[in-house]
Design a protein around this ligand. Structure first.
Ligand code: BTN
Length: 259
């Protein structure tokens, strides 16, 4: 069997979870796992159903950006049915699941960049996208989409080479995608089940946020803010302290570090 071959059976086999990843739908090639997961969720898929793609041809990033997702990367979406109060925590639990999986499988030491990037040595190795559908105060479904650059040579991707990295480029050797996926599913479920004790997840997310304490520029919609990234809130937003002492709460945006 090829070192990095994937299948639903390989992913689910003896997986130590109660429900996350107990049903996996695997496609060698797919437009976007988010699209299929959404369709599955609308048709009543069981909680924990996971859609995995060997490669995506129309991977979705935040803010309608494209997400490069060639063979060698991980692209997966997990369907969940959380209560509405837990929605802000999904980005936190997903980021932490990614960092813990990277540590467990590779020994690399990732860091978090607000709001949803996972970095290794200052470059992006993983992105997370959360989509949800609500009816009033009831969550129909929420989908956690995770992309990880596992075995990519970034020199093959000039468009992202300066800002992105991969686990294999950092380690100088290939990494098992199967092991990474299985670990991710275990880490996601562990934290999802721990949500009723919400505070530790928020605290760990905040404490691993490399952005905090730094001078930053934050682009949010048409507005650009500058200040010191003071903290992150329990609802996931960034608290930015300005020179005049005032504080802005930024709900969504892109951060660049200023020197
Ligand atoms: C970002 O950083 O902009 C978020 C990227 C999220 C990419 C993942 S890959 C799996 C899932 N399917 C997609 O089309 N997007 C998410």
């Amino acid at each position: 069997m090829a070192k990095n071959s994937l299948s639903s059976t390989l992913i689910t086999s003896d997986l130590r979870t109660r429900f996350v990843g107990q049903r996996v739908i695997y496609y060698p090639t797919l437009t976007s796992t988010m699209e299929v997961a959404k369709r599955e969720a609308q048709q009543g898929a069981a909680e924990g159903t996971v859609v995995v793609a060997g490669e995506q041809t129309a991977g979705k990033g935040r803010k309608n950006r494209t997400w490069l997702s060639p063979r060698g990367s991980i692209a997966l979406s997990v369907i969940l049915h959380p209560s509405v109060a837990y929605l802000p925590y999904l980005i936190m639990l997903a980021s932490l699941a990614v960092t813990h999986s990277i540590v467990a499988v590779t020994g690399l030491q990732p860091q978090l960049k607000w709001p949803n990037d996972v970095l290794v040595n200052g470059k992006k190795v993983s992105g997370i996208l959360i989509e949800s559908s609500l009816r009033g105060n009831i969550v129909d479904y929420a989908i956690i989409g995770i992309g990880v650059n596992v075995n990519l040579r970034l020199s093959d991707f000039p468009e992202i080479r300066l800002t992105a990295t991969s686990l294999s480029d950092e380690l100088g050797r290939e990494v098992s995608q199967l092991e990474m996926i299985r670990q991710l599913l275990i880490e996601i479920e562990r934290r999802y089940l721990a949500l009723p004790a919400g505070e530790p997840i928020y605290q760990e997310w905040r404490d691993n946020m490399v952005t905090l304490g730094k001078k930053v520029r934050v682009k949010s919609g048409k507005t650009t803010y500058q200040g010191i990234a003071e903290s992150v809130d329990r609802d996931g937003s960034l608290l930015l302290r300005h020179r005049d002492g005032s504080l802005t709460k930024v709900v969504a945006g892109d951060v660049t570090l200023r020197d």
